[in-house]
Ligand binder design. Sequence first.
Ligand SMILES: Nc1ncnc2c1ncn2[C@@H]1O[C@H](COP(=O)(O)OP(=O)(O)OP(=O)(O)O)[C@@H](O)[C@H]1O
Ligand SMILES: [Mg+2]
Length: 249
Amino acid sequence: MSADTAAVVVDHVSKKFKLYRERNQTLKSAVMRGRKTVAEEFWAVNDVSFEVPEGHTFGLIGRNGSGKSTLLKTLARIYYPDAGSITLRGKAASLLEVGSGFHPELSGRENVYLNASILGLKRREVDARFDEIVEFSGVEKFIDQPVKNYSSGMYVRLGFSVAVHTNPDILVVDEVLAVGDGAFKEKSRQKFLEFTRDGKTVILVSHSLPQIREMCDQVAWLDKGTLREVGDAETVTEHYEKALVDEKE
Ligand SMILES: Nc1ncnc2c1ncn2[C@@H]1O[C@H](COP(=O)(O)OP(=O)(O)OP(=O)(O)O)[C@@H](O)[C@H]1O
Ligand SMILES: [Mg+2]
């Protein structure tokens, strides 16, 4: 497999949302306006293009609200771009976010089956991998408890374990590592290495620049919905850090 093949091609992608505004909040003005609301268009992702090389860990950085999660959801086909296109090679990307995909009232065991089936595994495939999934997550003792009683770290460990064991070609991870402890971070790092050695691709959002530098080869920096810079992790994180400092001054 060539290292230069693109796993993901993001081509002039834009995604807009509508912002609804309530200007005068009196009952009279609301009645006068009737059912009409004032909506303004807002481009959360604006004409972004880059390529993610296959078999690498790719980072996405930027300030709060810069469009990172919106772009990841577009990659995972949860959102459809309003302009441009995204091309994925291989099995569709699995998106992993803190707290997504789990049903709080169900047990860990039931959630593993539910979540794995949403991510495309058949029941017998989950049966075959169940012990491994639970072992990797480290929540064996609590697997039959409802996940609403899990700590946020346990929740994420189990979700992460399911996602990596469904074997996606592209794994998309949104700030999940932030809630894990040191041991979990190390385990995740090893898993990403294993993934990329197999020619799979990881796309990672994190506000921890040391973590981005440690795990990613290349990084894209989003700024208010636009692509500010894309390149090797050291260079881009350095420029981003400098911009954050400059802004404070
Ligand atoms: N479903 C939605 N409807 C309306 N606006 C949205 C929606 N999702 C995101 N936005 C807006 O799009 C912008 C980008 O949000 P996004 O969640 O992509 O940012 P982010 O870079 O992931 O930020 P953070 O670092 O805080 O996670 C924000 O202004 C947000 O309010
Ligand atoms: Mg986000």
